[in-house]
Design a binder for this molecule. Structure first.
Ligand code: ARG
Length: 458
């Protein structure tokens, strides 16, 4: 059942077989393995290394294996060492001698490098799609909420008023960068390692550029040792996914806070909440918590991969087989989180009055009150002090600035006039912030148009 054994006189220890095997997890890319082999034999025949007839037989055999696995007529037999051995042995069983020529000019080292690349390349495309769906869901909230006032925070203390559109737009920017990072990775990884052999190329006259084009790569890789030893693209992908998860986790954290009994800014839909087995009143934000929790898993995969690679001499080493389970897990985790998170925010209800009230009650207009004084000739540092005293006065009385009478205000500074109330209303505070990137609804419309154009350009 092994692809090797000629130079061995003894059976391998059973535990060694189990420890060494990768088929339980690399069977995941059986389709990519067959695809790579189809391209390889097509190239071998074009170069006259295989006859047309041999090529036809191999293609027929590989196609039948693909169809049978797809239909469930052929089960991947886990007693083989890896998916490469399984496909090749099954081919030989089916078509005989011609099957033995499939591996001409190829090593499992360049084969696995190719399979993993083909697999992750497809996953990058899926991840990109999922990020787009998330961006669309965020954009929708932005469009509907350019005048939904809420407090903005620093140190998780109310700071200045802004809008829900503005808050979500911050996340739009983050996930937009994530999208672009995935595009960059795709571009950089899209070179074909097949034809690099075990490490030093082969003596057959392969046409590597042709194989690369058959597999929709931008070209062949340029160094055969690097080709079989390179897992940079996985590290880049794990890093990009870690960043996506970090963004999702921060967003989740905010949603958990907003959904808390104290804040009540949002209500997570029943379909995306869970209950308690003992406390009947509970409706918990488990999805947001799980997304936050799973972030550590993806970071762990990145650290694990970096550590696996750091001491490896060129070229291939078996350590690299460890790239698979953790990358697969990180991809599955990130895809799942993106999907669920998008569903959660698309169905979430925003309690607009609660948000506006919260912005009103937290002195978020204190900066604007100081600016009012500055506009009336008071130096900023003095204005800061005056408003500080006003805030203290309000805290003492349990009121907000706009609830003070003009007489009360004038007692602290005679500069105040009737127009102070308009100057520090939530609406004015937000509308006056109209430089690009600020929450003012007018400029927010520009940013929304921009964001829309970005999604349209994809
Ligand atoms: N299962 C191996 C891996 O995932 C395939 C390559 C094996 N090559 C070798 N020379 N043992 O890395």
């Amino acid at each position: 059942m092994k692809l090797w054994g000629g130079r061995f006189t003894k059976e391998t220890n059973q535990l060694v077989d189990e420890f060494n095997a990768s088929i339980t997890f690399d069977k995941r890319f059986w389709k990519q393995d067959i695809r790579g082999s189809l391209a390889h034999v097509t190239m071998l025949a074009k170069q006259g290394i295989l006859t047309e007839e041999e090529k036809e037989q191999i293609i027929k055999g590989l196609t039948s294996i693909r169809e049978d696995i797809e239909n469930g007529d052929l089960e991947i037999n886990e007693s083989y060492e890896d998916i490469h051995s399984f496909v090749e042995s099954t081919l030989i069983e089916r078509i005989g001698d011609a099957g033995k020529k499939l591996h001409t000019g190829r090593s499992r080292n360049d084969q696995v490098a190719l399979d993993m690349k083909l697999y992750t390349r497809d996953e990058v495309t899926i991840l990109k799609e999922l990020v787009i769906h998330l961006l669309e869901a965020i954009l929708k909230v932005m469009e509907e909420n350019t005048e939904t006032y809420m407090p903005g925070f620093t140190h998780l203390q109310k700071a200045q008023p802004l809008t829900l559109a503005h808050h979500f737009s911050a996340y739009f920017e983050m996930f937009k960068r994530d999208y672009e990072r995935l595009c960059d990775i795709y571009k950089r990884m899209n070179y074909c390692p097949l034809g690099s052999g075990a490490l030093a190329g082969t003596t057959y006259p392969l046409d590597r550029a042709y194989t690369a084009s058959l597999l929709e790569f931008d070209g062949p890789t340029m160094n055969s040792m690097d080709s079989v030893a390179d897992r940079d693209y996985l590290i880049e992908l794990l890093s990009a996914m870690s960043t996506i998860m970090m963004h999702l986790s921060r967003f989740s954290e905010e949603i958990i806070i907003w959904n808390s009994n104290e804040y009540r800014f949002v209500e997570i839909d029943d379909a995306y909440s869970t209950g308690s087995s003992i406390m009947p009143q509970k409706k918990n934000p488990d999805i947001a918590e799980l997304v936050r929790g799973k972030t550590g898993r993806v970071y762990g995969a990145l650290m694990s991969m970096l550590t696996t690679m750091k001491g490896l001499p060129l070229a291939y080493n078996k350590d690299m087989q460890e790239d698979k389970e953790l990358t697969f897990d990180a991809i599955d985790t990130t895809k799942g989180c993106l999907q669920l998170f998008t569903g959660m925010i698309s169905t979430m209800k925003f309690r607009k009055e609660v948000m506006a009230k919260s912005a009103m009650n937290g002195f978020t207009n204190a900066t604007d009150a100081a600016d009012y004084l500055v506009n009336h000739g008071v130096p900023f540092r003095d204005a800061h002090g005056i408003i500080g005293r006003i805030v203290l006065y309000c805290i003492d009385k349990g009121i907000c600035i706009e609830e003070m009478s003009l007489d009360e205000l004038k007692e602290i500074s005679p500069v105040f006039e009737e127009d102070i109330y308009d100057a520090i209303s939530l609406k004015t505070c937000v509308e006056k912030r109209m430089t690009i990137g600020a929450p003012g609804p007018k400029v927010m419309e520009e940013v929304i148009a921009n964001s829309k154009a970005f999604l349209k350009s994809l």
